[in-house]
Design a protein around this ligand. Structure first.
Ligand SMILES: [Zn+2]
Ligand SMILES: [Zn+2]
Length: 226
């Protein structure tokens, strides 16, 4: 079920967002305007819609980027991989344990299960990579899951924050492998590394900026997880 979609551009990339599935996950298509090489970030399903959009942009997918391996973020991974076999499945190996328990999570939420295609790029070994001419850097931000990452594009001032950071909130830490203390450390890292004028594109909900979150997000103003 697709809830809505929208898009915007920076000097060098086009970002298309599709909010979908019963969890309302944000799936992003990141397309280099110059090379038309693309990444699909957190494919939550609606594979035919995503493929149509990519084809109408003339885009070729080089990476399937997974901020973390929760089921709502990977429902469409297998389908995108089948449509674009050269697209490399990219996530942090510390989330392998989460990827291996997709069926448990499906049972817990009473939703259909799915399988995760085999990992091809481990962000633990290769935290920096490029999608066409676009340089990306992954930041390990555990807390919501052990191997959760944010994808940062300094040149375009974009941060795909997964379920680590939301507008005015943060991801739950009560799932298997979650940790409030780790999430606090991850927020500290983001605060240090990400400038105020960077746009934050979260795994759920509305866009925000790092500056707004540093000012107004409660979780940047507590020194201890309760
Ligand atoms: Zn999650
Ligand atoms: Zn999520």
């Amino acid at each position: 079920m697709l809830h809505y979609n929208d898009e915007f551009e920076t000097p060098n990339v086009k970002v298309m967002r599709y909010c979908m599935n019963s969890f309302g996950v944000n799936t992003y298509l990141l397309i280099s305007k110059k090379t038309k090489i693309a990444a699909v970030i957190d494919p939550g399903g609606e594979v035919p819609t995503l493929i149509d959009a990519l084809k109408s942009e003339g885009a070729k997918v080089s990476h399937i980027l997974i901020t973390h391996a929760h089921i709502d973020h990977v429902y469409g991974a297998e389908g995108i991989k089948q449509a674009f076999p050269e697209a490399r499945i990219t996530y942090h190996s510390k989330d392998q344990i989460v990827a291996d328990s997709l069926s448990d999570m499906a049972r817990m939420f009473g939703v259909p299960s799915c399988t995760m295609p085999a990992q091809e790029i481990d962000l633990a070994k290769d935290p920096e990579f490029s999608v066409g001419d676009i340089q990306l850097r992954s930041l390990l931000t555990p807390g919501h899951t052990p191997g959760g990452v944010c994808f940062y594009i300094p040149e375009e001032k974009l941060l795909f924050s997964g379920d680590t950071l939301f507008k005015n909130s943060v991801g739950r830490t009560d799932f298997e492998g979650g940790s409030g203390e780790e999430l606090m450390q991850s927020l500290k890292l983001l605060q240090e590394v990400i400038p105020d004028d960077v746009q934050v594109l979260p795994g759920h909900g509305k866009y925000t900026t790092m500056g707004i979150e540093k000012k107004t997000n409660f979780y940047f103003h507590v020194d201890r997880w309760r």
